[in-house]
Design a protein around this ligand. Sequence first.
Ligand code: G6P
Length: 744
Amino acid sequence: MQTALRYALPIVFGLALFTLGSYLVVSTTSRSWFEDDVRRRAELAIRGAGDALSQSWARGDRVSVRRVLDDITRDERILAAAACAPDGSVFAQTADFPRSLPCSRFVARSLGNGQARAWNRAERVDGASVYLSALPVLSPGSVPLGAVGLIHDMSYAEERDALTRRAALGLFGVLAVSAIVLSTASARGSLRRFRNDLRNLVRGERSRGEFQPLLQDVRDLAAQLSPVNRAEETGRAWNPERLREVLHEHLQGEKVVIVANREPYIHDRDEHGALRVLHPASGLVTALEPVMRACSGVWVAHGSGPADRETSDKQGRIRVPPKEESYTLRRVWLTAEEEQGYYYGFSNEGLWPLCHMAHARPTFRDEDFAHYKRVNERFAEAVVSEVDRQDPIILVQDYHFALAPRLIRERLPRATILTFWHIPWPNPEQFGICPFREEVLQGLLGSSIVGFHVQAHCNNFVDSVDRYLEARIDRERIGIIHSGETTLVRPYPISIEWPNHWAQESPPAAACRKEVFAELGLKADALLGVGVDRLDYTKGIEERLLAVEQLLARFPQFQGRFTFVQLAAPSRTAIERYQQLNLNVESLAKRINERFGSADYRPVILQRQHHEPPRVFRYLRAADLCYVSSLHDGMNLVAKEFVAARDDERGVLVLSQFTGAARELTEALVVNPYDLKQASRALAAALTMRPQEQTERMRALRSLVSEFNVYRWAGRMLADAARLRQRDRLSQRLGGLASVEGAA
Ligand code: G6P
């Protein structure tokens, strides 16, 4: 307000001067117009009376002269008239001619100095503003008979003057108020622009041109000073301790709440009824579990295990990992219908095939989406019941919870919501076939940050928003501004824990090889290839087996010697497409075994059951090669686990080019899994690769995965969250200042 007044006062003062000047000019001009008018009226009146007046006067006929004077005063603006004799006496006068005006005055003015002339003057008589005229009257022989004195009414001139004054004052008022309003608005506008620019600076968003150089400097300086960035530059390895530091130093040790459908520990009973804990086959769990162990907090998940309820408290809570108990698992119970609609239906028959280019037709059903919505709401409510502040950090995981970010945001407007989409995001055309596309996008845009494994998926997401929602896209910062909120879109390539506790707990590689070879009945000089997956059509298991078949057909030297073992965890078996895949894989393995196998040789060994991580790691350590042949995969952590497993620096990774991992693991033999010729050649190359080359490649891969491990993944996301929170807090303070000023 003060700023506005500082601008407005000089303008108002100038306007006052201007208005006063204008009023004086208008008033003087109009007054002189009135006086001219009056003068002309007086002359007209006397001239109009003409001969009648002079003849009557010359005859000394006072009655006739009086009649003429009465006629003259019929003009509404002439109040009174008097015929004054040259000696200053009254010859005749109208009834209301004031006594205070002696005739001598009129005679003296019009007949003085031997001249006969008209005289006029504005005066105040008896408190009223009048105009006096004196006009000489001559006899027919041109002898002065006297003077006629007229009193004109000037009140109408005064009224007009008052009107002009009021108009001028009104005009002044309007102008002054407009000036104040305009300058206040402009001052507030500039202030708001300044504040927005400052806020944008703080948030790191684009700002107006004039701030750019300054803001860039400030930003650079802030980036240099940021402890999070300093830590990145020190080259210190990312590990649980460093992740904890980020959480404690930059997020004040705030507890992290993760929402993910799959729980990290499933409680079950074995065939003897004994309680057991299973580790699900899930890349998401592989990545996030070590993060939660490092950070503590709460993991909200679907309680899907047969013995989950009996091992949880009334609220569905249980401390995990067993014996270690470093964080809380909060289980959400779903009915069979909810699980069918939300998990099998919309998530896995809808979104999963929609996001993967693996030739499975997505199926969308209204009732599935209704369950999906309801379950997302239930998880959002569970999250709210687990937080202990208004601005918690919430990590929403994967395609099961596209709507949850918005639902959480509605309940906790100040939360920092980081959503990570663990699978690919399709291009806008493909995404467009989802009948609920707008709701899915709007749901995700409740997040502060949406993360994908690779930039290409970020781009697809931004393009989808651009295509299907009314939103502003900031392509420079890769952000989406929708309904006044900003969501950043960032690539965070996920990874695994390093050092990996499963690898560390495994027997030495040679011992694993011995054990696995014995288990599979392989000869000592046999060559072993391994595949580890959920039985999912996106993993390219059929193509993998076909490549093995081609290898044996095209490179017969491997017949009888090479065995490929597929550890396949049954997955989503209630869905027909998965059942069909199961049958296909089975018959394919059978066909290859019939074609190339013998009584004591099975080229393909299918192990379709759940495999606990120690067993998986033993196989990974035992093999000569691992083939990851996904047709489309966000990242694929089995590839990274194989690298982690090989502390003997041996073994070759054959990797599909359609995985996110292929962008990082360039020392693998990267193949197109559909190209069976190329893939079989790569398998042959892997099996014949010199030990030294294997070591060189594996060493490079291990160095990369060790550096770009899951602590770095989580650390970067949390560091971004910390920056966002700092900026939000600062901009809230600026907003607070603005409202205080506004109130003032
Ligand atoms: C993928 C998904 C995860 C999921 C995992 C296992 O990796 O991104 O969210 O947990 O598959 O699938 P499931 O349906 O068994 O959880």
